[in-house]
Design a protein around this ligand. Sequence first.
Ligand SMILES: [Zn+2]
Length: 305
Amino acid sequence: MSAGTRSTPVAASRRIRLGELEIVALADGAAVSWPEPLSELFPDVTPEHWSGLRARHPELFGTAGGWRLDVLCYLIRGPGWNLLVDTGMGPAESGYSAFVGAAGSLPRLLATEGLRPDQVEMVFFTHLHPDHIGWNRVGSGAARGLTFDRASYRVPALDWETFQDPGIEAGAAWPFVADLIDPLAASGRLGLVAAGEEIRPGVTVVELPGHTIGHAGLAIVGGGREALLCGDAFLHPAQVERAEVTMLREMDQAAAIATRRRVLDGIVDQEVVFLGSHFPDFGRLRSTAEGVGWTRLADEERALP
Ligand SMILES: [Zn+2]
């Protein structure tokens, strides 16, 4: 293998096609090096495992050796409809963006797809953490309003309930519930969803609990192809390689491990495209010499830009 072949394929298309459906990965922003050490965030990963991960996925390690993670949203388009999944880290002034020293660019990315915010018809949230709701509102003072001001909103019912607990806002590093979540209900366009609900033709809610109590993903099926949008059920390839690797802020770690095992049982070595909210690219979960691993989707499986 020559030196260049393992580097990020910068020319790779960020879109795939499943029959009449198209999925576009929108990288809202990236934390160049997460402020907390990886050893604290993923305490179960051994030093040997970290060195293996560093060799296999150098792009996930920042300059200071910390976690370099993308914050992705996805745009799913079908005949006559569009669906945005999550709203990312938000503008530079959002609490999350300030914490990681970056800024999101979702509205600009949507514009390159020919969409103004008021043309987004539905927003689905995998869960309600700040890096998935960051662009819910824009503007300041009296002008602060919903960014996607004509969209309907779909939130896993159990996650909505979880984030209505006043303890969440009280214990957060910065306030976000009153500012970015509560206005969804006030819009009158909020719909709470459960597993098995088909929110658009070929797009079905899948429960993936643990990261948050009501965390959910989407099974996307079209043209004989399939993708599983996993949100934060897996945050890092470390959790693909070892399902029992926990992350500090998983709300229910036992449920998170059970979810990862269930997903791995279902899609390892299957022709299912793996979509994560913090993975750098479209991928698949494959058996490897070491066990199981995350790999990038082959270029020939992508749609032309
Ligand atoms: Zn996240």
